[in-house]
Ligand binder design. Structure first.
Ligand code: SF4
Ligand code: SF4
Length: 356
């Protein structure tokens, strides 16, 4: 007898029309028909021979093909004597020691960073994302990096408007004089000043469009993330808001800069006080398994869960908005995508939320 063993790094997420198989070691996800899910479920209980016997003669070649596919893709392996118990299931628990992992701040003036520095250290923040509303000079970039020279931060990502002084020597000076910046994105750049190569310590991008914070939250296949820590986070917590903090351009502290609820202002309150307020963490443990429509979707653990832009404003009895993210055009019940921004209802909701 032959038995099929699924590797423990293979995660199968069932949707209404398809399944998503995520290889958590290779960081790739692929879609397959629901039929394959049934075969995999059978393979967990019966030997390959028993399954082939159970199927009608006409269906056997298809089942055979599916088993070959599982083996070719290296989703599992065959053993001769029962299932191999040396491959216990992977634990789906998620542990994150930092009180906050990511801080997103919208800034007009870089001096606000000195004010929040002690909180960054106390909370063990790992990633700092700065969205500058005004073009930054070379000295300002260096000063930002210098502020966090001895910090616990693992890196800084900066979004800044492009300006005419940004050229090859500007970037070379940043390469020489900064250590913490790992990603630089210049937006509103009609024409890149030179061809950015992979020769700097930081990644470098010039974007033609005027990047707005309100662009955040778009759901698209290209943003899906098959990465073990991200998937474990999504299975246990909110995939966008868990252990995140945001500061908007007026200094208001929020779970994300676009959420409605504010928990004080950095001018008179530190981040530790803000996160200790009741309500700040209310979305942290809301997973996609509780979000309308998403709870059935095969992408639910590789997708992000925007709570700032949702299809409906209503709240459940726990005071949480569990409506599907507004900027998603996917319908898991038909397996079809539409452009969410061309849907009139969604467009109206987006404008209402933007000008609220
Ligand atoms: S909640 Fe929405 S707007 Fe806020 S960071 Fe997440 S995706 Fe972006
Ligand atoms: S339905 Fe939900 S889980 Fe599925 S792609 Fe859209 S936002 Fe993501």
């Amino acid at each position: 007898m032959n038995y099929f063993n699924l590797f423990s790094n293979i995660l199968i997420t069932k949707g209404p029309t398809r399944i998503l198989i995520s290889d958590l070691q290779r960081n790739v996800s692929e879609l397959y028909p629901l039929e394959l899910y049934e075969v995999i479920e059978e393979l967990k209980k019966k030997s390959v021979e028993e399954i082939l016997n159970d199927y009608h003669e006409e269906s056997r070649p298809i089942v055979h093909e599916y088993i070959n596919l599982l083996l070719e893709k290296e989703y599992g392996f065959i053993t001769e004597n029962d299932w191999d118990m040396n491959f216990p299931p992977l634990s789906y628990e998620y542990h994150e020691p930092s009180a906050i992992t990511n801080l997103f701040i919208e800034i007009e003036d870089i001096h606000i960073l000195k004010k929040i520095y002690p909180s960054v250290e106390n909370l063990g923040i790992k990633h700092l994302v700065i969205y500058s509303l005004k073009p930054l000079t070379i000295n300002e970039f260096i000063e930002i990096d210098d502020t966090f020279k001895t910090s616990v931060l693992s890196g800084i990502e900066i979004f800044s408007p492009f300006h005419q002084k940004i050229n090859l020597s500007f970037i070379q000076a940043l390469q020489k004089n900064t250590a913490r910046i790992y990603s630089l994105i210049f937006y509103n750049c009609p024409k890149p000043p030179f061809k950015a190569k992979d020769e700097y310590r930081f990644s470098l991008h010039f974007l033609k469009d005027d990047l707005k914070i309100s662009d955040c939250g778009k759901v698209d296949l290209k943003y899906f993330n098959t990465n073990l820590p991200k998937i474990l986070e999504a299975m246990n917590h909110n995939s966008c808001l868990y252990k995140k903090i945001g500061i908007d351009g007026h200094g208001n502290i929020r779970n994300c800069p676009l959420m409605n609820e504010s928990y004080g202002n950095v001018q008179n309150q530190n981040l530790e006080e803000a996160i200790s307020q009741s309500g700040f963490k209310k979305y942290w443990n809301l997973t996609k398994d509780s979000i309308e429509t998403c709870k059935d979707c095969e992408f639910r653990y590789v997708c992000t869960d925007c709570r700032a832009y949702t299809e409906n404003p209503g709240k459940n009895k726990e005071g949480l908005n569990i409506s599907k993210p507004l900027k998603c055009g996917y319908n898991p019940y038909t397996g079809e995508w539409e452009d969410w921004s061309k849907n009139l209802l969604k467009q109206q909701t987006f404008h209402l939320l933007e000008f609220k």
